[in-house]
Design a binder for this molecule. Structure first.
Ligand code: ADP
Length: 501
């Protein structure tokens, strides 16, 4: 154990990891960028440089894609049985679990989230995801299909489908759950037998790079998992546009999702997208008010609101609107803001100065349009990238703060008095990622769930994730579903085989 700048005990493996310039993983070797360039990542609690990382660009992506191509087309990976593949992924999960504390600390340092949250959620969810997907490796099956071909009367056929890996996959991930997003993408791709080039977010590359070391320790052959840190406009764009990549999987903003789509058009690679959200969280008048208040607060303030599925539009029955707003505001005022490494911290900094400024400018635009904050409403302190948890009222449907994704600890609270009006309002969004419903009337809850245009609906809970439960968006929130059995569809092709008998 060693002590760091924050006075908190960090594992010595963490302090030595951030002390060295981190390289990129290409074909089983840790190498510098071809350009020799590096970039810095920052501790968002202090704004100080945390680590230096090799800055990948087109040439590095090209080397990584070549390695992934060779590993897919002719490497030992393609000759492994599905059982061997599954066991390797399981071994990776065991190693990750063994290093839970180290990963939780790295994640907290790089992203700013509370260490307690990274320990309890990010790392265990990633471990579980890998285990869940390890189990699927041996269960990716086709079907036999009876066919009756009109123009060959009397002929008999045996027809069946095979599910085969899609090939070389590019994966571009965001900074809000750096390790977990890596797991969501790598788990199903590897279970399906693909090879991968991953680009972590420039703000938070560290846990993904450390994960690369565990892939080596678990015995994955060279070139199966390649990790190239770098910026979106350079390394990310090169990966999305690469002609030898068969599929690109992206999680991030809707705006960048559109760019990925355009870049992918060159070779018509398959695309899956997990994009933004502006999720409605609905509190009906019959509810257990205290439970709904706690649920509404955690729906928006978990991970500092930096969740694509954050419950950022809070719709409350007008009969209890004031009570719920007062309760959520009271909850917000008691949230302890501080460095993610402090054990008492409930909410850490946002990930970057850019993100903090973006959230604050949304607040300004809301105030300019007439919104009022019942709590919060500004930056917290003048060091690090903290923003106060904020509840906005006096909003109307067309305001930017109601329509656009803020990706910070800001919720707009809006009253409703009629269920049809509520559903129309809740669906009045370009997004359709998630929604929440709080009610004692479970029948009504399910009925509303069926009317909401969202990929996930939580009833009397929020932010409940499981490796078995598919996640993804309607409308401009994305294409495809991650996790669950559905995730395998993103990484497999279906081949129909027809044999005359
Ligand atoms: P945010 O705006 O919240 O940082 P982004 O959508 O910009 O989210 O970033 C998510 C991921 O997409 C990051 O890994 C980032 O580097 C990458 N990215 C950003 N721009 C591009 C781009 N033009 N092409 C490919 N990847 C990109």
């Amino acid at each position: 154990m060693a002590t760091t700048m924050s006075g908190i005990q960090l594992e010595s493996s963490v302090t030595s990891f951030v002390a060295k310039t981190r390289k990129m993983l290409i074909n089983g070797k840790w190498s510098d960028a071809a350009s020799g360039k590096t970039f810095d990542t920052f501790n968002p609690a202090t704004g100080e440089v945390l680590a230096r990382v090799a800055e990948g660009d087109r040439e590095d992506i090209d080397r990584a894609v070549k390695a992934a191509r060779a590993a897919f087309d002719s490497g030992p990976w393609s000759r492994l049985t599905s059982s061997e593949r599954g066991r390797m992924i399981w071994k990776l999960a065991d190693l990750l679990e063994k290093h839970t504390e180290e990963f939780a600390q790295l994640e907290s340092l790089d992203n700013g989230k509370p260490l307690t949250v990274a320990r309890a959620a990010d790392v265990p969810l990633a471990v579980d995801l890998f285990r869940y997907m390890a189990g699927w490796a041996t269960k990716i099956e086709g079907t036999t299909i009876p066919i009756s071909v009109a123009y060959t009367p009397g002929a008999k056929y045996l027809a069946y489908t095979l599910r085969e890996p899609v090939g070389v996959v590019g994966q571009i991930i965001p900074w809000n759950f750096p390790l977990l997003m890596a797991a969501w993408k790598l788990g199903p791709a590897l279970a399906a037998g693909c090879t991968v080039v991953m680009k972590p977010a420039e703000q938070t590359p560290l846990s993904c790079l450390r994960l690369g070391e565990l892939f080596q320790e678990a015995g994955f052959p060279d070139g199966v998992v390649n990790i190239v840190p770098g910026f979106g406009e350079t390394a990310g764009a090169a990966l999305a546009g690469h002609p030898d990549v068969d599929k690109i999987a992206f999680t991030g903003s809707t705006e960048v999702g559109r760019l990925i789509l355009q870049a992918a058009a060159g070779n018509l690679k398959k695309v899956s997208l997990e994009l933004g959200g502006k999720s409605p969280n609905v509190v009906l008048g019959d509810v257990d008010v205290d439970a709904a208040i706690a649920g509404a607060a955690s729906a928006i303030f978990f991970n500092h609101g930096q969740c694509c599925c954050a419950g950022s539009r809070l719709y409350v029955d007008s009969k209890i609107f004031d009570q719920v707003v007062a309760g959520v505001s009271d909850h917000a005022s008691k949230i302890k803001i501080g460095s993610g490494l402090e054990p008492s911290t409930d909410m850490g900094p946002l990930v970057s100065a850019e993100q903090m400024n973006r959230v604050c400018s949304y607040l300004e635009s809301g105030f300019a349009e007439g919104a009022k904050a019942t709590v919060g409403g500004s930056r917290h302190g003048d060091k690090g990238y903290f923003v106060k948890p904020t509840v906005l009222v006096n909003t109307h449907d067309k305001m930017k703060v109601v329509q656009e994704e803020i990706f910070g600890p800001v919720v707009t609270a809006i009253p409703f008095s009629d269920t049809d009006e509520l559903i129309a309002k809740a669906n009045d969004s370009a997004y359709g990622l998630a929604a929440g419903i709080w009610t004692r009337d479970i029948k009504k809850g399910h009925r509303i769930a069926s009317q909401l245009r969202a990929g996930t609906v939580w009833i009397n809970c929020y932010n409940i994730f499981d490796a078995a439960l598919p996640f993804g968006g309607y409308k401009q929130s994305g294409w495809g579903r991650e996790m669950g059995h559905d995730a395998l569809e993103l990484y497999t092709e279906v081949k129909a085989v027809c044999s005359a008998l």
